[in-house]
Write a protein that binds this ligand. Sequence first.
Ligand code: FES
Ligand code: FES
Length: 155
Amino acid sequence: MEVIHFNLNGEDRELKIEKGQRLLDILRDVYHMTGTKCGCSTGDCGACMVVMNGEAVRSCLINAGKLEGSRVLTIEGMSDGEHLHPIQQAFIDAGAIQCGFCTPGMIMSAKALLDKNPNPTEAEVRKAISPNLCRCTGYEKIVEAILLAADRLGR
Ligand code: FES
Ligand code: FES
């Protein structure tokens, strides 16, 4: 058993972790933040994507021990009370909310991208969401939404 300290969606947390626990388990099972999905548990689908220290990471691959001193943002931390984040609003407006499994992860990848690169090209957007798999609907609306969000955030 080890005690770790980290910041989750703006709040400082202290947590006893167990060997083998992953960030994904902590989010879903300890904090009941179920917006972060478990699609594969093997790093292949991106459904568990969160932003950790400014980078989009697959939470199923992050050992809890790596959390000490980190900043983690999940989909639950994106809105400001009742106000959706502009990226979330752009997903709605562009018709890019597809299913609940891929959408949170796509939004977190978009957030990490736009924080680092506020004016991405379409190719850069496609590269940023390349770890996020959708097996059904496709990526056109999602790319459109991220470019729309970049445009709105840049104004
Ligand atoms: S659940 Fe983490 S990449 Fe699929
Ligand atoms: S996996 Fe979510 S719409 Fe395809």
